[in-house]
Design a protein. Structure first.
Lengths: 194, 213
């Protein structure tokens, strides 16, 4: 009886996490950057706990994988269907990145890990970020100017699209395309280095 | 870069996302791919000369419906396979259904034919080129569909590529049917099916490499 209660509480907590992050993401997808940032932070904490449990033998990889998955969540945010449970979407992406890592390290045995319960991804969270081994800032420097410059101006210096366009002499659409393609290229660079 | 800095970077200036982006992408792919397939068929093969008379025969519409009944669920399934965490549910089961119907028709036709009639029913006049023609006409659709999937996030790239290939192949087969003079179920069950398998296999191979993210 008591056990049922704990399980019930656990499920309620999962549902609460789902509801909160989903509300934040929906606002983020409509252009609310503050809500979006809070959402990514929440998802980052869940991802960290999720990966820590599954990479017990590779603790150094956890933070890199958290960052890589956050970048993927951002780059693929247009694939979130607004009526879909957020856990299913996040879990599918986290699982894809985790399997990618296992594959890169040639550890097929780890694929047998039960990864199929997509509720698991929001089961716990961990805000204790260790340092990433891979420096995304350094990878960013490898991007061509037309991608790197708008990312640095907009994303790191916090300029708007219009301001970035004025400062760089690029058109507004070139700025948007540069940021979009640059972040995708950054994700691809990670794949090469992994 | 610390994770919090990465998050701040990703969030800053993040613009609103079009909720219909994926649907528009598939529409664009099918529009350009379909026009491309029509162009290849018209220039390389031409409409069948007796199209008007053929359109009066039920078998002509069976021949057109057969691939289209595969194309529709295949496009939907490709879209689901391109969205992480989207379940493909029972759509899978619809894919072989049109072929099963045609194969059953083929068996009935062959059972009722005399032994000397059977060979022409199976091979028709164009068996040697049919599968390759379908694959050729499907190629613009395949390029379009792979482009559409590439802009999304398939967690099983080879499967998504195969499904995109099947959707293209079925669309290509429907376009080819406007040229193809064959009207017998045994021919369709074998050569159209083979023709559809070529782009499916190509999609799987390309998908494995090109659709990773």
């Amino acid at each position: 009886m008591e056990r049922n209660n704990t399980e019930g509480d656990g499920l309620l907590r999962l549902q609460a996490g789902e509801d909160r992050l989903r509300a934040l993401l929906l606002q983020g997808l409509d252009g609310n950057t503050k809500a979006y940032q809070e959402c990514l932070q929440g998802m980052g904490a869940h991802l960290r706990a999720f990966f820590k449990r599954r990479l017990a033998s590779l603790p150094d990889e956890v933070e890199d994988l958290v960052q890589e998955t956050l970048l993927a969540l951002h780059n693929q945010r247009h694939t979130y269907q607004r009526d879909q449970p957020l856990t299913a979407w996040v879990h599918a992406i986290a699982r894809y990145k985790l399997i990618d890592l296992f594959r890169a390290r040639g550890r097929r045995d780890s694929l047998n890990d039960p990864l199929d319960d997509d509720l698991q991804v929001f089961a716990s969270s961990d805000h204790d970020a260790s340092d990433a081994r891979r420096d995304l800032g350094r990878l960013l420097e490898q991007l061509p100017d037309h991608q790197r410059v708008p990312i640095v101006r907009m994303k790191l210096e916090g300029l708007s699209v219009i301001e970035t366009a004025q400062v760089t002499g690029m058109s507004e659409s070139a700025v948007k395309v540069g940021v979009h393609r640059g972040l995708k290229a950054l994700a691809a660079l990670i794949g090469v280095k992994a | 870069m610390k994770t919090d800095d990465l998050i701040a970077m990703l969030a800053s200036g993040a613009t609103a996302v079009d909720p219909h982006a994926a649907r528009k992408r598939f529409q664009t792919a099918l529009l350009f791919g379909g026009v491309g397939a029509m162009a290849l068929m018209m220039w390389g093969f031409g409409l069948r000369h007796d199209l008007a008379q053929a359109a009066a025969l039920p078998m002509f519409w069976v021949k057109l419906t057969f691939p289209l009944a595969i194309a529709l669920p295949a496009v939907l399934l490709t879209s689901r396979l391109s969205h992480p965490g989207s379940s493909s549910g029972r759509l899978w089961m619809l894919l072989p259904l049109p072929w099963v119907v045609i194969a059953a028709m083929a068996m009935a036709v062959l059972a009722n034919a005399t032994p000397t009639e059977r060979m022409p029913l199976v091979f028709g006049k164009t068996w040697a080129s049919c599968a390759f023609s379908i694959a050729y006409i499907a190629s613009p659709v395949l390029i379009g569909m792979l482009w559409a999937v590439k802009g999304l996030a398939p967690t099983r790239p080879a499967v998504a590529g195969a499904c995109a290939g099947l959707a293209s192949a079925a669309t290509g087969a429907a376009v080819y049917a406007l040229h193809c003079p064959e009207m017998d179920a045994p021919f369709l069950a074998i050569w159209y099916a083979l023709g559809m398998l070529i782009p499916t296999a190509a999609g799987a191979v390309v998908g494995m490499k090109f659709l990773r993210w």
